[in-house]
Design a protein around this ligand. Sequence first.
Ligand SMILES: [Zn+2]
Length: 312
Amino acid sequence: MEDVKSCYLCDRLLVDKWEDNHNVRCKCSNCGTFWLSFDAQQFLPPQIVADGLKDKRYLLSGYVRELQERGAEPPWINLDNYQELLAFAHPPKTLGDKIERVLLYVYQKTNELYDEVPIDVNQPAVVYARSKTQFESWLQACIEKDVLERPYKGDTFRVTLHGVEIAERLEHEGPGNQCFVAMWFSEDMRSAYRNAIKPAIEDGTGYEAITVDTREFNGDIVDQIIAEIRRSHFIVVDLTGHRGGAYFEAGFAMGLGLPVIFTCRSDHFIDGDRQKLLHFDVEHFNFILWENELQLREKLSNRIKATIPLAK
Ligand SMILES: [Zn+2]
């Protein structure tokens, strides 16, 4: 078989590639390092095209790179989880978001005031840009907004005083180390929270699980829930019992671009057919189905470690 040398995610020439039985570990200058399953090596690019997500591929590069910029292990990508990784990507949307993203990237590489930071525009994934040209235009916008300057017209940039002020404020406002949990507050689900969900979120990750008891759903609690979700880095939604509140909280978090991990106890699916019971199209979110607390704890812990960067 012909050896594939270009990146499965961004088509650039791979820097390195290791084979390990049926898996392959790729190192790309743009995406960083990631593992691909055997089936993904064969079918990932055509599958992305078949799923109509070809033009979203840069988001996968961006998310894989972001995980590593934050110190996570190289992620595993397979045909079952790639859409979930795509859904976790949160690219900057408005022009203001793009300027902030580029500014923060340069700022985080700055040790001392006025440090010159080399930027390689051939690595657009560091800021979720689609291409070199787009990354260049975002850098130019940062210069015009007086948050970055380019001292020698070359490839090095530095953050202006005005940029430092903005970056410090943005870092301060960033999402905290909390994970909001949306779920049904029945007696047995409280036990599942204590024994499985909370330890899976907190053990060895640096995150703190937080939940708001929604048995008495009123206006004040809704405000409190919204504030807690805004402060969260990601959220876990257990749909056992199919409470409207959990769907509302999942939708709100997704609107904010937060990663959402869905779980559900197996007996709340009819004959294993999720479509009959779930209230909106969450098929591609790769549900964690569980039968007991031990299983929930283990599966959720593995998922968090594989898809969410460790807390700072
Ligand atoms: Zn790549």
